[in-house]
Design a binder for this molecule. Structure first.
Ligand SMILES: Cc1ncc(COP(=O)(O)O)c(C=O)c1O
Length: 383
């Protein structure tokens, strides 16, 4: 049987390909962004306790009340955003399901979704699954600024929503207040809604994470997505959520109930514990990752690679033209053999392949010894 046409070009994600390559070659995997140490013990123990206490059957479709209340409290505590835990919060199976259900629940076939490239790869697939079409505006390296004229020109009569991601994967860009104001002004003028993926909200090293929902007039036209995976270093648990106006959250709920309906009862309890951790946890988590970013950036620069600034997330991007190479895909496929390291070619996150061709992403959410080993191995590039 042939794959349905709407999945044309979506064969295997680059993360699966590169992680498999790391496994078969024994290379250090700086491709896929997952930490190699567990998150806080109290969060882990809360999941174990919940399993032992028998919280193992289906949770309510919208998520357990403890977690919905913890999410609402988190939005108030960090951003002064008020959301009703019963009607304006929905728990999902990771941010991944939230993105899929948002596209399915909010888009008509033929609608256009405006997003920035490079984009996280599931955006393109989810837009396609919903029968919608993507329109992209390029964030230009090394600053990853965008042209407001290009953004305005990309809006058409069919534009349904703007799909935003800040802090941004793969660039590490944290959208500034001014940039968010530009997006917000356009949304108000053209009556668009925003779906914003903020899974790296607590991984900002320079500047400040500003949820677009906090900008004047934006609360009622913004669906905010986040997840416990990155914030608590339990990416395999897949507890995500959406919050925002009831009508948008409800559209996601309708789609989501026919995808997974519900998942992860004991993990939902644990993430509720995590969200209530004190400020010391959040501050030391970001400080730890900031130090890792600096460690890897310095090591990559020592090999002669041009490293672009990354203000947040798990990722750093380099331009391989600085070492006389030009094709990131070829570079990443040969890197395990040449140096024993795996990275991800950013071209897979671009429609404009020329813009992405020479760029390669490395993750730094690994133990220092692993980063040092990778840096050591990458030294072969300089020799
Ligand atoms: C930008 C972005 N959104 C969503 C996700 C997926 O989040 P989750 O693991 O909660 O499904 C990721 C994971 O890498 C991501 O980088």
């Amino acid at each position: 049987m042939a794959l349905a046409a709407r999945f044309d070009g979506f064969g295997t994600t680059i993360f699966a390909e590169m992680t498999a390559l790391a496994a078969t070659t024994g290379a250090v995997n700086l491709g896929q962004g997952f930490p190699d140490t567990d998150g806080p013990a109290e969060v882990r123990d809360a999941a174990i306790d919940a399993i032992r206490a028998g919280h193992n059957q289906y949770p309510p479709g919208s998520g357990i009340p403890e977690l919905r209340h913890a999410i609402a409290a988190h939005q108030r505590r960090f951003y002064d955003l008020e959301v009703d835990p019963d009607s304006e919060v929905l728990v999902t199976t990771g941010a991944t399901e939230a993105i899929a259900a948002a596209m399915l629940g909010l888009c008509e076939p033929g609608d256009e979704v405006l997003t920035f490239e490079p984009y996280y790869d599931s955006y393109a697939a989810c837009i396609a699954m919903a029968g919608a079409e993507r329109r992209v505006v390029t964030l230009r390296a090394p600053s990853y600024a965008f042209s407001i004229a290009e953004l305005e020109a990309a809006v058409t009569d069919r534009t349904r929503l703007v799909l935003l991601n800040s802090p941004h994967n793969p660039t590490g860009k944290v959208f500034t207040r001014r940039e968010l104001e530009q997006v917000a002004a356009l949304c108000a003028e053209r009556d668009l809604v925003v779906v914003t993926d903020e899974v790296y909200e607590h991984l900002v090293f320079d500047g400040e994470h500003i949820p677009i929902a906090t900008l004047p007039g934006m609360r009622d036209r913004t669906l905010t997505i986040s997840s416990g995976g990155k914030t608590f270093s339990f990416t395999g648990w897949k507890v995500g959520w959406v919050s925002g106006p009831h009508s948008m959250v409800d559209a996601v709920r309708v789609a989501k109930q026919y995808l997974t309906y519900a998942s992860g009862t004991p993990f939902q309890r644990a993430i509720a514990v995590g969200l209530a951790l004190d400020d010391t946890y959040y501050a030391s988590f970001a400080a730890d990752l900031r130090a890792k970013r600096d460690r890897l950036a310095a090591g990559l620069a020592d090999t002669g690679l041009e490293v672009f600034p990354s203000a947040g997330t798990y990722f750093l991007t380099v331009d391989i033209r600085s070492i006389g190479e030009s094709d990131g895909m070829e570079f990443c496929r040969s890197l395990p053999g040449r140096c024993g390291v795996v990275a991800v070619p950013n071209v897979v996150f671009y429609d404009d392949v020329d813009a992405g061709r020479p760029l390669v992403r490395f993750t730094f959410c690994k133990r220092d010894s692993v980063l040092d080993d990778a840096i050591d191995r990458l030294g072969a590039l300089a020799r």
